[in-house]
Design a protein around this ligand. Structure first.
Ligand code: CP
Length: 283
């Protein structure tokens, strides 16, 4: 089944065939588009695009990935961040979107601190395509696609695979997108972390919860570590002690030494070295 939707707002609700189609398209670009200086041949479809990257929350990896992809594909684009935008003078996101649409922008890549902001833009701004580049604790579908692509390239098939996701899962849009995407391909996930940083697994298909990382790692095919998202804690909410957290939930070099050589390690960034993952493991 091809991906024919007007927007990419999340991986929840997408069929395996639709996600597979996006991954297949990504495969065709893997070598060439990863080469500095490479430029795609112009096509009418590409020449019709005018992309705005509306980055309203800090981002290094996602913003740069989109900008580099747009440059290499030869797509007209501009990147806007919240500093310098009229949003800080009280203009709404929707009015900003309408203004940019009037300038004939027709694709919005949006990172936003609020869950559902990309969906609202898609609903209220007819005629444009919206790509969610991360909305609060909601979803991060392009990170999810990247993780799925990496795993599919290594394993060929994700059916029956088991992935441990460890850390602040409650606040993680990366984990949510990964769980939905992995479930679509028949993989299961184990969500591991301090109890108060784990969600109710009811809304997380194919996921179970665990609080002992060492047991969870015994039979896993891959492990994804997540940082503690301090910025999403409520005022006054206690942060875990860093040393205690590392001891229970950190992907330390000792834990990695006990993994099988085939176990894959993923981290969406940014890293807190010697907390959720040891610097030596990253390097
Ligand atoms: N993985 C990720 O979303 O990183 P950034 O927040 O730096 O974009």
């Amino acid at each position: 089944m091809s991906f024919r939707r007007p927007h990419l707002l999340g991986l929840a609700g997408l069929e395996a065939g639709e996600i597979g189609d996006l991954l297949d398209q990504a495969e065709t670009w893997w070598e060439a588009a990863g080469t500095p200086g490479w430029r795609a041949e112009p096509t009418p479809a590409i020449e019709r695009l005018s992309v705005v990257n509306l980055i309203l929350e800090p981002s290094t990896r996602t913003r740069c990935s989109f900008e580099i992809a747009e440059q290499r594909l030869g797509v007209e684009h501009l990147s806007l961040r919240d500093e310098g935008l009229s949003l800080i003078k009280g203009e709404t996101m929707l009015d900003t979107g309408r203004t940019l649409r009037a300038m004939r922008a027709n694709v919005f890549v949006i990172r936003h601190p609020e869950v559902g902001a990309p969906a609202r833009l898609a609903e209220e701004l007819p005629g444009v395509h919206v790509i969610n580049a991360g909305d609060g604790t909601g979803e991060h579908p392009t990170q999810g696609l990247l993780d799925l692509l990496v795993l599919r390239r290594r394993w060929g098939n994700l059916e029956g695979r088991r992935i441990v996701i460890v850390g602040d899962v409650l606040h993680s849009r990366v984990a949510r997108s990964a769980v939905h995407g992995l479930h679509a391909f028949g993989a299961t996930t184990v969500l591991c972390g301090p109890r108060h940083l784990l969600p109710e697994v009811g809304g997380w298909p194919g996921a179970t919860a665990a609080d002992d990382l060492d047991t969870a790692l015994e039979t896993t095919d891959a492990v994804m570590t997540l940082r503690i998202q301090r910025e999403r804690f409520a005022a006054g909410e206690a942060l875990p002690d860093r040393a205690a957290y590392r001891q229970r939930f950190g992907l330390t070099r000792e834990r990695v030494a006990r993994l099988s050589a085939e176990t894959l390690i993923l981290h969406p960034g940014r890293f807190n070295r010697e907390v959720e993952i040891d610097g030596e493991v990253i390097d």
